[in-house]
Write a protein that binds this ligand. Sequence first.
Ligand code: NAD
Length: 259
Amino acid sequence: MEIIGDTALVTGGGRGIGRAICTELASQGLDVVVADIDADGMAETVAELEEYGVRALAVDADVSDETSVRDAVETAEEAFGAIDVLVNNAGIAGPTKDVEDVTAEEWDATLGVNLRGAFLMSRELVGGMKSRGYGRIVNISSASGKRPVPQRSPYTASKSGLLGLTRTLAVEGGPHDVNANAVCPGSVAGPRIDRVIEREADARGVSAETVADEKRAKSPRNEFVQPEDVARTVAYLCSTAADRVIGQSVNVSGGKVTY
Ligand code: NAD
């Protein structure tokens, strides 16, 4: 599985799934720009990437902010030249409450990072990819973008919206060999799922263990997905093996049922 291209930019690469994606791409020889709001997390990721002998660069970027995205891309391109692979991974969980209790600010904040962020980054980079005749974009959506999840309306809407953006990027980019796909992880082991579980347990008045057991049981393997499972799928979608996998959303959900 060869990845054509030399450079990748991964948003939210300062920890979790994003860090695993950065590591996977670096292990395949790509130089990686890590774009995040967490300077300490990015420094840790960059230190890991340098062990693969590739160039790694941390760039401060709030993906929800137009100016910040523009500045980050300018810095990345000045350092590494053209960006061949973009992974829109940065995301926040948003509130856990019924629709009638969600504030407009909570709605905007969640869609701002998860959907507007992917739009802003893609907009900044896709023109260059098209003019060079090559590019790969992978958007990290969620199983929650394909199935109803009570009390998570901003998150589910943002992740469903990301699938629409992915399909549009794919058909617009197709003639220029600029491909876009999405990955839909189920519950992934790590600190984030622990926080989501705690909030859901509080909202429902049950123990965190109960919620964790329920989430694990949604997979026939009765386990959480690992960040590396998602990262390997991202690498596949960027490889020549997936050249005709265009505008799709690939579930990496351990068999959790989605629509
Ligand atoms: P995480 O919270 O561990 O890491 C998210 C990263 O994004 C952090 O480094 C954070 O600093 C960064 N980030 C947050 N807001 C940002 C912003 N405005 N600009 C730039 N960076 C920002 O999350 P994770 O579990 O690694 O999830 C990564 C992606 O996978 C997210 O899009 C998430 O919705 C999606 N996802 C996660 C799970 C799961 O169970 N963890 C399941 C399905 C989908």
